[in-house]
Design a protein around this ligand. Structure first.
Ligand SMILES: Cc1cc2nc3c(=O)[nH]c(=O)nc-3n(C[C@H](O)[C@H](O)[C@H](O)COP(=O)(O)O)c2cc1C
Length: 349
């Protein structure tokens, strides 16, 4: 029988800490990797220099395997000027409420993907995972040459098949429960909201690749259920958000502890994402369809979100979290990983 991903990566348990832009840190990833899981750095919003810095910081804390994640996007994504102007008008009163100067469009909306990918290859993690899009054959072969295993995110069967055809090493099945951005790149994101277990089962049945389950997995029993549906490993995000090693702001941390409802919104970034429901989502809901796409809207709302985090104003903050948030435990990451391990083993007894 072919070695499983867990064996190939020499992990003690099939636990992957989800890459989480704005929340994952080298300390968090190191704690999970040192506990025998796979820690991840979230490079999607980092400059190439910052990405290399995080990889070095992680290596200083752990010699175990780890992963780095990026958002696949054009180096200079297009945007609609008229929508952009309307979004600035809609953000203006919120800026005024927080005492900020009127919003303006920045010179650049995101870090150039091609340079991030070069930095990732230089950092040489054991695993690289990607969301929001798919690589081309040249990019895949550059990763292969560097000995880096490639994992693509899929929210539907078509995306899983596209990654398999490209030659990826594994696919991460992102169910509708998942916190953070939807990875959908084929078809409308609203049409790709399958519950995690059924998506995992469908991909495991139809792809010649290992499947990693993501979305709503909060304890070892959930992990065992995902694996019974065909997953080789489980990627948990929300479960790690309340760890002291995560970078969530105090207002976000409070929101997680209060564990209200989550909802999907485009209003913060222009891409569908799940987070704790708040005033900003409700106030912008009517205009969601008219906001610029990711990454333009993400860049436009960044100053508001940064100021809200500083001021402890959760009502203006993107507080990404998955449907399982009420079950997220406030524990150091190493202890959480150990509990998940015990629970996962117990689920098979
Ligand atoms: C705060 C947060 C940030 C996230 N950022 C990323 C990211 O940078 N890249 C990525 O591929 N997925 C990201 N995700 C999605 C996770 O990879 C994963 O799909 C999700 O956390 C799984 O669902 P769960 O949150 O219910 O465990 C993020 C999720 C959260 C909660």
């Amino acid at each position: 029988m072919a070695a499983t991903l867990t064996q190939r990566l020499q992990l003690k348990l099939p636990l992957w800490q989800a890459p989480m832009a704005g929340a994952a840190t080298p300390r968090l990833a190191a704690a999970v990797s040192n506990a025998g899981g796979l820690g991840f750095l979230a490079g999607g919003m980092l400059s190439p220099e910052a990405l290399l810095g995080e990889a070095a910081a992680l290596r200083a804390l752990s010699e175990r395997p780890f992963g780095i994640n990026l958002f696949v996007q054009p180096d200079e994504p297009e945007h609609d000027e008229a929508r952009l102007a309307r979004a600035l008008e809609r953000l203006a009163p919120l800026h005024a409420e927080l005492g900020l100067p009127p919003p303006v469009a920045p010179a650049r909306f995101c870090e150039p993907f091609s340079r991030q990918l070069e930095a990732l290859i230089e950092a040489r993690p054991q695993v690289a995972s990607f969301t929001f899009g798919i690589l081309d054959a040249r990019q895949l072969s550059a990763l292969r040459k560097a000995g880096i295993a490639v994992v693509g995110t899929a929210t539907n069967l078509g995306e899983g098949l596209a990654w398999a055809e490209l030659g990826a090493d594994a696919v991460c099945a992102q169910g509708r429960e998942a916190g953070g951005h939807r990875g959908t790149f084929l078809g409308p994101a609203e049409q790709s909201l399958r519950p995690m277990l059924s998506l995992v089962y469908e991909l495991a049945q139809n792809l010649p690749l290992p499947v990693i389950a993501a979305g709503g997995i909060m304890n070892g029993r959930d992990m065992a259920a995902a694996m019974r549906h065909g997953a080789q490993a489980c990627q948990l995000g929300t479960a790690f958000l309340r760890c002291p090693e995560s970078a969530v702001s105090p207002a976000w941390r409070q929101g997680l502890a209060a564990a209200g409802g989550t909802r999907l919104t485009r209003a913060f970034s222009g891409r569908l994402a799940r987070g704790l429901e708040n005033d900003y989502m409700r106030r912008m809901a009517a205009w969601e369809a008219d906001l610029p796409d990711y990454p333009a809207m993400n860049a436009l709302s960044a100053p508001l979100r940064a100021a809200a985090a500083q001021a402890g104003r959760g009502e203006y903050l993107s507080m990404w979290a998955g449907e399982g948030v009420a079950a997220a435990r406030e524990l150091p990451a190493a202890e959480l990983a150990a509990r998940l391990h015990e629970e996962w083993l117990a689920a098979y007894r």
